[in-house]
Design a protein around this ligand. Structure first.
Ligand SMILES: Cc1cc2nc3c(=O)[nH]c(=O)nc-3n(C[C@H](O)[C@H](O)[C@H](O)COP(=O)(O)OP(=O)(O)OC[C@H]3O[C@@H](n4cnc5c(N)ncnc54)[C@H](O)[C@@H]3O)c2cc1C
Length: 458
């Protein structure tokens, strides 16, 4: 397949990274995106401003050869800083090893960097301001509109990779033609972004943490930016006009917004000076999970990233998973010289993992907004750390498997996490009744249920 031409639709996270990986292997890549060129424009409004980057994403950026350029954009986050209603804060470290940290990165800066890197490759042609209108697999054509001239044109479909994001037009057009089925599960919670600017030139909060104001049923979070500001995101039930308790539907007037924030996030209010203006100007984003399959039509077209498997953002893994799709794709190029086989194999390998991270992302919302306040959660967390210290090859907290262990697939993390939850419950119950932790019981349960990670991979 060397030196073949490949069409990529969507120059977001997955598309621009995949362009780099393909170009490195000598493919000629035509990358299309409906947006204007991000090298000359500001980031789109209404998308999250910053994202959490973890090991899976870092691996992918490293394999594309851009990690040295990305590093200056990153801010280390060592744990969740929990803001209680009383104003008290405490840091819950993500892991106990020094390298178990995640990073905040600006979406706009990262996209620009990837597009700039792609632009340096003679193998990549960038086509911005070009909107994909759909594809016809039967006619082997993909249709675009030039946003400047308003003219439509088509190009050969085979092979195309659709990385056009959660609202993928390509996915919709293939589904309309009966090539794949799609189920979109919208969350009944929306989000809104707000800004915490620096105070007297200094960051308003600890920059090396992901801040969470868990309020049970809803939450505010904030991630640091390199300019000393934080971007906060309120996640809250959308609500119907009749539902006026803790819903966006209830926040229709400045008074209602001020009262809600003063009641729920009193320590954050002084840090968001433009609360009312931003609240009413910024879009209210929707969230959901996309279950689609198959992800490909023979060897003609393949969907990757959010286009194939958009998930809710509560595990901070959507971009990381999209990047991991690209490294899996890249690795499969060593083993296949036929697009149909490669696309089918990628679908087989990645779809169960996409389903697993989709489920874990939904579960993490409940953890972040709710269970993090539960004393039992805190006992389990402390116990998990202890078990990982004693049985590092077998017991790794689920959050750590997802964020810090790319050698463990999402599907394995979900499966092992279920066993671990049962083990934690049994040990906690035993400790509560006897007053002490039984390490022999722990060892026997762990050895019976959890194979060593290195062995499990073989
Ligand atoms: C509020 C929020 C917070 C998030 N936080 C995190 C986080 O902390 N960590 C994390 O890993 N992930 C996070 N995510 C998820 C992450 O943003 C996505 O998973 C990631 O951007 C997916 O990459 P992608 O390339 O598949 O899609 P995108 O990055 O969305 O790129 C799609 C591209 O396709 C283009 N496009 C769309 N339609 C067309 C068309 N018809 N024609 C041509 N081009 C088109 C778009 O312009 C865009 O450039 C978050 C998401 C949200 C909504």
């Amino acid at each position: 397949m060397k030196a073949q031409a490949v069409t990529l639709v969507g120059a977001g996270m997955a598309g621009s990274l995949l362009a780099l990986l393909l170009a490195k292997r000598g493919f000629r890549v035509a990358l299309y995106d409906r947006r204007p060129d991000p090298r000359f424009t500001h980031a789109e409004r209404g998308r999250s401003i910053n994202l959490a980057l973890a090991a899976r994403g870092i691996n992918a950026l490293a394999s594309a050869g851009v990690m040295d350029e990305v590093r200056p954009l990153l801010i280390e986050m060592r744990g969740r800083s929990i803001h209680e209603l009383s104003g008290e804060t405490r840091l819950l470290a993500y892991g106990w090893k020094p390298n178990e940290v995640i990073y905040s990165v600006g979406r706009g800066a990262l996209t620009r960097l990837l597009v700039e890197a792609a632009a340096r490759s003679p193998n990549v042609t960038l086509n911005f301001g070009q909107t994909c209108l759909g594809a016809s697999a039967a006619e082997n054509r993909i249709l675009f509109r030039d946003e400047e001239t308003d003219e439509s044109y088509d190009v050969s479909l085979t092979p195309t990779i659709g990385t056009d994001g959660a609202g993928s037009v390509l996915r919709a057009s293939l589904a309309a033609d009966g090539y794949l089925s799609v189920r979109e599960e919208m969350l009944d919670h929306d989000y809104k972004e707000l800004t915490l600017p620096p105070v007297n030139g200094r960051p308003a909060l600890d920059v090396n943490a992901l801040h969470v104001w868990p309020r049970g049923g809803f939450m505010l979070i904030a991630l640091p930016n390199t300019d000393g500001s934080f971007t906060a995101t309120l996640f809250l039930k959308r609500g119907k006009p009749s539902e006026l308790e803790n819903t966006f539907a209830a926040l229709k007037t400045p008074e209602a917004v001020s009262t809600f924030f003063a009641r729920e996030f009193p320590d954050a209010v002084p840090l968001i000076p433009n609360l009312l203006t931003e609240f009413f100007e910024h879009p209210q984003g929707q969230l959901g999970t996309v279950h689609a399959g198959p992800w490909h039509v023979g060897g003609k077209v393949l969907l990757l990233g959010d286009a194939a498997h958009a998930i809710v953002p509560f595990h901070g893994q959507g971009m990381n998973a999209a990047f991991e799709d690209c490294t899996t794709f890249d690795a499969l190029l060593d083993r296949h010289d036929d697009w149909a086989q490669l696309f089918a194999e990628l679908d087989r390998l990645r779809r169960p993992n996409a389903e697993a991270i989709a489920q874990m992302a939904l579960e993490n919302y409940v953890e972040m907004r709710d269970t993090v306040l539960d004393p039992r959660f805190q006992r389990y967390k402390a116990l998990s750390v202890e078990l990982e210290r004693r049985f590092p090859e077998r017991f790794i907290p689920r959050y750590s498997m997802v964020m810090f262990h790319p050698e463990i697939s999402y599907a394995d993390a979900l499966r092992r996490g279920e066993f671990q939850a049962e083990i934690l419950a049994a040990l906690d119950e035993h400790a509560t009744s006897t007053g002490s932790l039984d390490m022999e019981l722990a060892q026997s349960l762990i050895e019976a249920r959890l194979a060593p990670v290195s062995a499990a991979q073989n």
